[in-house]
Ligand binder design. Sequence first.
Ligand code: UTP
Length: 290
Amino acid sequence: MTTIRKAVFPVAGLGTRFLPATKAVAKEMLAIVDKPLIQYAAEEAEQAGIDTLIFIVGRTKNSIIDHFDKAYELENELALRNKDALLKIVKDTVPEGVNCVFIRQSEALGLGHAVLCAEAAVGNEPFAVILPDDLIYNDGDNCMQQMVDVYSKHKASVIGTQTVDMSESDKYGMVGGPKVEDRLSMVDEIIEKPAPAEAPSDQAVVGRYILTPAIFDILKTTERGAGGEIQLTDGIAALRKSEEVFAYSFEGMRYDCGSKIGYLQATVEFALKHDELADEFKNYLQALDM
Ligand code: UTP
């Protein structure tokens, strides 16, 4: 299999850092300006040639299912009122030829467990994993497209990484290994949330992965790790013992929209790039007396 056709979106986490906003609404439905995080993630996958979107959802996530469903009444109303541009926006939520699959993760046992829930829908082929709260912006090829290109060349699992300050290593999965080419390294070590002294390098895993299906059998026997959760990082650490795994330092700006500050940064920067809002918003920011 040379192409990546399927992407898994694990969106069953509790989103505790955004309570009470996420008490009844999925964190991934929070909007950056006018588009929910989950839609940015879906578009990134679609632009990378992926046509099957597999959402691992939890209890408060029905709005995600509704978002990707056909909205007959709304579409009818918009058509009757000749709101063609808005009608197109609503219809384009799921472009022609793209299929959505929804799977419930009944208990939030961790990211590794959420990925394992996708096994039947993915089958025996390599697949992408995208965490929508890591919003990544790039002027050129998007992050997943860059990673699909790496996969096409090396035919092995690829993890998206970014340089972080070592003092932040305990917030991330951290990887280390020899450099292979520009932006690409082998993964020799991968550790979930190590203390700075234990981190193998300053390369942190962010929410983009391409994984071979061998990960599923490994996740079935992966024990609970950091935070008492079944960690994808621990599964990947086991995978690299039997297969090559690469770390790819992608081109692009990443916003950690799972944190309040990252969410605000993304909101400001996307508003400053927005066709309708940019000028007005810039004037507003300049007029703020800070
Ligand atoms: P986070 O660590 O960001 O957790 O999960 P969270 O629950 O979403 O948010 P906080 O920390 O409580 O505020 C990383 C990703 O893994 C998914 C989350 O939805 C998020 O996309 N996840 C995590 C699952 O799908 N299932 C889980 O059991 C745990």
